[in-house]
Design a protein around this ligand. Structure first.
Ligand code: SF4
Ligand code: FE
Length: 489
């Protein structure tokens, strides 16, 4: 059963005994919780679309391990074409969900694991790469959704993991046994984890020799004993539960649905352990995973931007201003900003290269540029969306008022734009724009796949300033002054 359907995915979640808390209560039925269902439906699209004949080329691929047809979200990239198709797939799914579909995090974690385990084995003679290959076969055969668990709570950011007042603020190995390890700690901001099958634990930062217990990578079922998920609040989550027009994008929600995942002494058998103590590879893990994930943002977010641009064009028509030159200019600006992001994702994919293990990796500089641009361009797209739509998205009465037997007529009458467009149409589109351009959705563009400073550090590291200085020296006839004084950063 290599390609699950949407229904099989939902059924598989019902079989799990995942421990999830939200708003102070245990959620017994994850799939049918009105707070969780929209983002679960979004993840389910990654299964549903794999059965759509139109999208076979993007969604389905031959496994490099077994030769079987598998969902691309479980694939290890074999070429730059694979990397480009990943971006195109994400834009396509984003256009259909208007929300995060979550499955990319585990996709990127698996690809990062595949590359780094090979290099650890080369240095230390370990057997992690064989383990990840066997694990991948299991994931591919069962078409599993994996969450990628990188971000630790981090406590005092000025201190290393082993220097923290509370040693659990970074995930660590507390016991090594003949049959496996015991892991304690937590992972924060876990996208889609409550509706995943497994989660992939990875280190969150480069580590020194004192932090060997924190150099751990492993795979854990989301319902393993000792695992507790505390689901985060989102702006407008009560509207999501109420449904209807006010929810905006009621079917798929707003963002991925994030949780704090606590690991209370969780046992992990050795065959699911992919790093244990090799501190010198922790930084590489972070770099590889981050670059793969930053590659995505000019895909999924541009799919969302396509919807926002379409909604604003429609709204301009409803408002009777679609021919105004300043509105057209703003729409053009939105397209420019969105396609610039897409350009970055395609470029970092096309410029990808094979790593020693044979799988393909993106151009890290261009992937980081893409995500850094997302932290700005998406905000600008949303600012323009608010500008075009008009202030009524901030003051619009509820659907209950619109449907009210006495006052509904006033909402109908005074929230109408042009006469030939029903008020309900204008309200629905406004709620969609409101949903997609504010609150949690916007913050996700800033901090998802790492906060901007993480990319800026990579830009300085990858920017190769000494080479650029050399270029300038050669052209200007200056004789290597910096070599004799100080090197640029
Ligand atoms: Fe995938 Fe985008 Fe969501 Fe990240 S933000 S998990 S890349 S859809
Ligand atoms: Fe994200």
């Amino acid at each position: 059963m290599s390609l699950k359907t949407r229904e099989e995915y939902l059924d598989s979640l019902r079989q799990q005994k995942t421990v999830v808390y939200f708003m102070g209560e245990r959620i017994e039925n994850v799939v049918d919780s009105p707070y969780l269902r929209p983002h679960i439906e979004s993840a389910a699209m990654t299964y549903h679309l794999a059965h759509d004949p139109v999208f076979q080329d993007l969604m389905v691929v031959e496994s490099s391990l077994t030769g079987k047809k598998i969902n691309r979200f479980t694939h290890i990239h074999q070429s730059t074409e694979d990397l480009v198709k990943k971006v195109k797939m994400m834009r396509m799914i984003g256009q259909r969900t208007g929300s995060c579909f979550q499955r990319c995090v585990g996709f990127d974690a698996l690809n990062a694991l595949y590359t780094v385990t090979y290099e650890i084995d080369q240095k230390y003679g370990t057997e992690y790469h064989d383990r990840i290959k066997k694990y991948l076969e299991y994931v591919q055969e069962n078409d599993l959704m994996c969450a990628g668990a990188m971000t630790d709570p981090k406590g005092d950011r000025s201190k290393k993991p082993s220097q923290q007042a509370d040693p659990d603020l970074y995930t660590r190995v507390v016991e090594k046994r003949p049959d496996g390890i015991v892991v304690r700690g937590a992972k924060a901001h876990q996208t889609g984890i409550v509706n995943s099958h497994e989660f992939i634990v990875m280190p969150t930062t480069a580590l020194g020799p004192d932090d060997a217990d924190y150099a751990v990578a492993c795979a854990i079922p989301v319902d393993a004993p000792g695992v507790i998920h505390i689901f985060g609040r989102q702006t407008n989550d009560l509207r999501k539960a109420q449904g209807g027009i006010d929810a905006g994008n009621g079917r798929f929600g707003m963002v991925g649905g994030e949780a704090l995942t606590v690991m209370n002494d969780v046992f992990v058998p050795w065959e699911r352990v992919f790093m244990c103590g090799e501190t010198d590879f922790a930084g590489l893990f972070v770099e590889r995973f981050a670059a793969y994930h930053r590659q995505n943002y000019g895909g999924c977010k541009v799919g969302l931007a396509d919807i926002i641009i379409g909604a604003c064009s429609a709204m301009a028509y409803y408002n009777g201003v679609e021919k105004a030159s300043h509105i057209r200019d703003k729409i053009v600006d939105m397209i420019h900003l969105a396609e610039t992001l897409y350009t970055g994702s395609i470029a970092c994919s096309a410029e990808g290269r094979p790593l020693p293990c044979g799988s393909y990796y993106v151009d890290t500089m261009l992937a980081n540029i893409t995500k850094l641009n997302v932290t700005k361009n998406i905000y600008e797209i949303c600012r323009l969306a608010h500008d075009i739509t008009g202030g009524f998205i901030a003051t619009l009465p509820s659907e209950a008022d619109f449907r009210h037997p006495e006052i509904g007529q006033y909402v109908e009458k005074y929230f109408r734009g042009r006469a030939d467009v029903p008020t309900e149409v204008r309200i629905r589109m406004a709620r969609l724009i409101e949903n997609m351009t504010g609150g949690t959705a916007l913050a996700e563009s800033m901090h998802g796949a790492g906060s901007p400073q993480a990319m800026r550090i990579m830009l300085l590291r990858e920017g190769n300033l000494p080479h650029k200085v050399k270029l300038a020296e050669e052209l200007s006839g200056v004789d290597k002054v910096l070599d004799k004084t100080e090197k640029p950063a």
